[in-house]
Write a protein that binds this ligand. Sequence first.
Ligand code: EPU
Length: 338
Amino acid sequence: MAVEHGTNLKPFNTFGLPCVAQTLVHITSDADVRRVVDDPVLGRGPKFILGGGSNLVLTRDLSACVLKIEVLGRRLVETRDDAWIVEVGAGESWHATVQWCLEQGLPGLENMALIPGTVGAAPVQNIGAYGLELKDRFESLDAVDLITGRSITLRAEQCGFGYRDSIFKRHLAGKSVITRVRLRLPRPWQPVVGYLELERKIAETGITAPSAQQIFDWICAVRRAKLPDPAVIGNAGSFFKNPVVTPEQCRDIINRDPEIVHYPMSDGSFKLAAGWMIDACGWKGKSIGRAGVYEKQALVLVNRGGANGAEVVTLARAIQESVYGRFGIRLEPEPVVV
Ligand code: EPU
């Protein structure tokens, strides 16, 4: 268990925000977590769990002990009639895992290609893209309780998955460390191509029965065309969740703004495209200080170079106010703001 002091977290968060961690512990196994729990000094104070830092807005230095999760390993642990079960260490890169699975002949994650971050962070906010969410490919996870040091295994129904949400963002936040995730890849593989952008690719290319690799390549192309690469421009993906409203609220907004992009949900409510609303308020390409709104996707806030967390939060608040002023909707940030 390697321990560091006074570490700058700038390289460890995709927004590239400066933040000094008083104490940082590299966690490579469940036993490392238990060592922290049992440590007379580290065990007592608050903890902050850091994965790939891709869903994080750091606005201040951290006195909490930062646990940097670096548990590695990927293996096919079970082949069932209806699914492959793949177990992955929480510290593995999500995208590299999607690629690895495809290389092993284990398709099913391709719609979630290029989502930044680690495998351990994926269940925390139930990552999702292009018609699939983690919960659709989830079997179970292992975590270590930060009070007792005990290992637990949670199945999907125990994780409280919702839209960009889970118990790890709520009552288990900061209380347990996810160390391994088991993914469930259904057999036989079936493509998920209902999303508008994929339908467009099928129409353009004439490939009506795409392979998993083909879908992977399309998703990578679509994402690269409209989402900034965090290695080039600091960002944390979508900055706001798409708000969910009642049919009455939706009708109200449509009456005022007939163009608004909205999707019906299975429970009768409607999801509104936050990116469209921010764009309609004229924010695309704008900046406050060194924080800005990405030119090609208004839902993504970016670090134009040298921004700090306060500048990002100031920009986010200004956007929230103008969206509220025009649509009466309060946008909720998607990343964790610390
Ligand atoms: N739109 C605009 N202007 C913009 C941005 C979007 O008019 O500046 C419109 C688009 O034309 C489209 C609609 O808004 O009609 C929705 O946009 P898009 O399809 O790009 O998806 P999104 O709702 O902005 C969500 C996820 C993304 C995910 C994509 C694809 C959330 C908060 N975001 O974005 O996830 O990749 O769908 O499935 O749910 C992330 O969570 O970090 C993320 C990138």
